[in-house]
Design a protein around this ligand. Structure first.
Ligand code: SF4
Length: 358
């Protein structure tokens, strides 16, 4: 048996085998990010990547090449590994984009993983985004390597001296320092006069005020079709119930703003209506504040079910506990090895070079 395998790899048949592999690279492409557009470009009619014998294929078990298209996150790294392990030998990996080399645009992000630490990578197509030509060059280099057994760079750099006189800086350029102070109460001032004409805006604002009664601290127009309501955390759930009864039937988004210098989180629910014609175009932002230490907030899933996954996401990212949501603490969004609460402002990435450190 061993002899047969050796014959296949090294005997006369190996020439045919290598020729066949060279012209049958069938990449399964992991569209992990925007580089995927450039891959599509490389295989569209202009560049016609298929003429090189490269045919995109959707199933891991019948493909022999992965094209990683840009950024790989901690969550995606697992999929990359599983896909690679399912592929038959011989198998190859090509990585596109600076995001796949050193994080690129997301460099130093808590969620970034370098693909070459997960699977063996044959070729990189650098750039942001890399051009279709550079991706096709990776395939050509791979084909050459399959035939000759030798992998080579496809580009060489030459050093050149700039012409003309180069003036030396007298003093080395210094990195600007981080801001030394934080404004105590940064506020967004909305000039209602300048809000784009919203004919029944004031009428709707009064309606909201009436619905909420003494539960709301303030109800303000902040833009066309936008009203913001400040509510104390103890009244938030009841206010939600009243708004639901009045036609605000879903949550569009839930957000948290971390304000460490004031020791608080600002929690926002943006709600709207599908069914009440009057409120369909209205975005109502409900704003409340909670203490940053031991941060708890009443879950709104009994009022608006669509708040569920948003609350779970925010729990993972900020550590705020939404009382009453059964998904708390289950690590919904982020991969198990992700550092805790990475979107808190005092979170520092455990890396040698940290951007923004004071
Ligand atoms: S390298 Fe550029 S184009 Fe590619 S995934 Fe990153 S940001 Fe997107």
């Amino acid at each position: 048996m061993d002899e047969m395998v050796e014959f296949l790899h090294q005997g006369m048949l190996s020439l045919i085998k290598r020729w066949g592999t060279k012209w049958s690279i069938w990449p399964t492409h992991l569209v992990t990010a925007c580089c995927g557009v450039e891959l599509a470009h490389a295989f569209a009619s202009g560049y016609d990547g298929e003429r090189l014998g490269v045919l995109n294929f959707g199933m891991a078990r019948q493909t022999n090449c992965i094209v990683v298209e840009g950024a790989i996150t901690r969550k995606m790294a697992r999929i990359l590994k599983i896909t690679y392990e399912q592929m038959p030998d011989p198998k190859f990996v090509i990585v596109m984009g600076v995001c796949g080399i050193k994080g690129g645009l997301f460099w130093n992000g808590y969620h970034m993983v370098k693909p070459y630490e997960v699977v063996p990578v044959k070729y990189f197509a650098p750039g942001c985004p890399p051009t279709p030509e550079s991706l096709l060059r990776c395939f050509r280099a791979l084909q050459d390597e399959i035939t000759t057994g030798v992998g080579k760079n496809t580009i060489s750099f030459q050093s050149s001296k700039p012409s003309g006189e180069v003036k030396k800086r007298k003093r080395p350029k210094r990195v600007p320092p981080s801001p030394k102070y934080i404004a105590k109460n940064p506020s967004v001032i909305v000039d209602v006069e300048r809000v784009e004409k919203w004919e029944d805006g004031e009428e709707i604002r009064r309606e909201i005020e009436e619905i909420l009664g003494d539960l709301a601290e303030s109800v303000k127009i902040t833009g066309k079709n936008r009203i913001s309501v400040r509510i104390g955390v103890e009244n938030f759930f009841d206010a939600g119930l009243r708004l639901k009864e009045s036609g605000f039937d879903h949550v569009k988004s839930v957000n948290i703003v971390d304000v460490p210098h004031e020791g608080k989180f600002i929690v926002e629910y943006v709600v709207s209506s599908y069914l009440n014609e009057r409120y369909v175009s209205l975005l109502l932002t409900l704003i409340s504040e909670i203490d940053r230490v031991d941060a708890h907030f009443p879950s709104m899933i009994e009022v608006w079910q669509s708040a569920d996954y948003l609350e779970r996401e925010l729990h993972d990212l900020f550590g705020v506990w939404f009382d009453g949501n059964p998904g708390m603490g289950r690590n919904f969004l982020i991969a198990p090895d992700t550092p805790k609460n990475p979107l808190r402002k005092d979170f520092k990435i455990p890396q040698d070079v940290y951007v923004g450190g004071v």
